[in-house]
Design a protein around this ligand. Structure first.
Ligand code: URP
Ligand code: ZN
Ligand code: ZN
Ligand code: ZN
Length: 479
């Protein structure tokens, strides 16, 4: 196979520019970008006529091969990363869970074992912090500097399971400031949710919709505001994962306006699906059980506007797939036993292009920034990944905007028996995907190798990086 490739006649799109150019790739890197580049006889020419050529997607939020609620996610690193590639993603940053009393390095080693020999695209890990003690404090600098893990996740929800208290969150923020890491939070008030869930079950309210009704948006807003203020007090940096609602956006926007380093991610599901999905008969609502839950429709426009204005900066899939049969089923008689999460890893770029760019909600360049570049910068991958420039990894997606297709479990590549977006018509599709110059997807067929994906050590968080320039908000509807 040729180690030299020339991608010709495409329209390059980065987070800042859109221009016609060819890209010359050698030994996994971009070595030249320019007009009318001429291949030699050893160079394979890849035609990108009529297509956008964009940096490979970076999914900052996945859960592959993860135990949850008495079961394990349906996608592992083999099926999950192959599906990600079909969707135009070339790097995932997966959440490594930890356990109290267990060395952090041991958990990290467990996650390496899950990924090695299976991943078809590159990957990094975030590390969950669930306790603070001398052992954790001792391990943290090594985790950041030697293991290349420069982001930590603290759960403010999932009481008696993953949840940490405010003291742990605050100390994690302090240490992140000291060593150069980014703290991620799942922001929901877990104590109050736990109470509401127990009250609902005691009243016999057991159907899937009650998952949403016991996790009101006010409790997401409250936790988001609390975490943001703790980050401000620690003079640290915070990334709020899976933001779903107006109340949380408002908190993030307010703190950013005051100059604090607060960042927010949302997901395709919160932008396009609403809570009514959870009311479907025959337990179908269980397919849409996420935490935080899907919200009422008006929140969607608030999220789109927040992406447009820069109040939210990234799109994660929060891919956490469970089969409807045999897994979501666990909660048939009790919504609190439905494993939380859904299959999204394959649909992230397509939904954002189709619902975002095509509908005029975000620009082409914002699409690239949201799905790739911004995460690269925040999580210490830039400029190796997340852009198209000489010297960077040749992680490249050829995206054909003329293809129209319907999302369906019958045709997707995720190892799960339903699609949360079943029947959704989307415009645009990744046709060819390269990871470090090698085909992972070629003409919409899998051409990758399980195990070819490499672990990427990430740089420290750069607290001096300037905040992005904000654009005026056009319209924010109520929530
Ligand atoms: O419902 C969700 N989001 N499942 C995955 C775990 C998490 O909270 O991110
Ligand atoms: Zn979460
Ligand atoms: Zn009911
Ligand atoms: Zn998640």
């Amino acid at each position: 196979m040729s180690t030299r490739k020339l991608i010709r006649n495409g329209m390059l799109v980065t987070a800042s520019d859109t221009f016609e150019a060819d890209i010359y790739i050698e030994n996994g890197k971009i070595v030249q970008i320019g007009m009318g580049l001429v291949p030699d006889e050893r160079t394979e020419v890849v035609d990108a006529s009529g297509c956008y050529v964009i940096p490979g997607g970076i999914d900052p939020h996945t859960h592959l091969d993860m135990p949850f609620g008495g079961t394990v996610t349906a996608d592992d690193f083999a099926t999950g990363t192959a599906a990600a590639a079909f969707g135009g993603t070339t790097t995932v940053i997966d959440f490594c869970l930890t356990q109290k009393g267990r060395p952090l390095l041991e958990s990290l080693q467990e996650w390496h074992t899950k990924a090695e020999g299976k991943a078809a695209i590159d990957y990094g890990f975030h590390l969950m912090i669930g306790e603070m003690n001398d052992q954790v404090l001792e391990e943290l600098p090594q985790i950041i500097e030697e293991e290349g893990v420069s982001s930590f996740k603290v759960f403010m929800a999932y009481k008696n399971q993953f949840q940490a208290d405010d003291g742990i969150l605050f100390q994690t923020l302090q240490k992140a400031k000291e060593y150069g890491a980014l703290v991620m939070v799942h922001a929901e008030n877990g104590d109050v949710i736990d109470l509401l869930v127990r009250q609902a079950l005691a009243d016999g309210r057991t159907e899937p919709i009650h998952h949403a009704l016991t996790r009101p948006s006010m409790l997401e807003g409250e936790a988001t505001g609390r975490a943001a203020r703790l980050a401000a007090l620690a003079d640290s940096q915070l990334y709020v994962v899976h933001v779903t609602c107006a109340e949380a956006v408002e908190q993030i926007a307010r703190m950013r306006d005051m100059g604090y380093r607060i960042w927010g991610e949302t997901c395709p599901q919160y932008l396009t699906l609403d809570q009514s999905k959870m009311n479907q008969p025959d337990f179908e609502g269980a397919k849409y059980v996420w935490s935080p839950p899907l919200r009422e429709a008006p929140h969607q426009e608030v999220l789109w506007n927040a992406l447009k204005s820069g109040q939210l900066q990234t799109i994660g899939s929060d891919h956490c797939s469970f089969n409807f049969k045999g897994q979501k089923d666990l909660g048939r008689d009790d919504f609190s036993k439905i494993p939380n999460g859904g299959p999204v890893i394959e649909d992230r770029l397509s939904i954002l292009y189709s619902e975002g760019v095509m509908k005029g909600r975000i620009s082409l360049n914002q699409w690239v920034d949201l799905c790739s570049t911004r995460a690269s910068k925040l999580f210490g991958l830039f400029p190796q990944k997340g852009t198209l420039a000489v010297g960077t990894d040749a992680d490249i997606v050829i995206f054909d905007p003329s293809i129209s297709r319907v999302i369906s479990a019958a045709t997707h590549h995720m190892n799960v028996d339903y699609s949360a977006f079943e029947g959704m018509q989307v415009q645009g599709c990744p046709v060819t995907v390269l990871c470090r110059g090698e085909y992972v997807i070629r003409d919409r067929q899998f051409a990758g190798v399980a195990g070819a994906g490499r672990y990427v050590k990430r740089e420290k968080y750069d607290a001096d990086a300037p905040l992005p320039v904000k654009q005026p908000v056009t319209a924010v509807n109520g929530g």
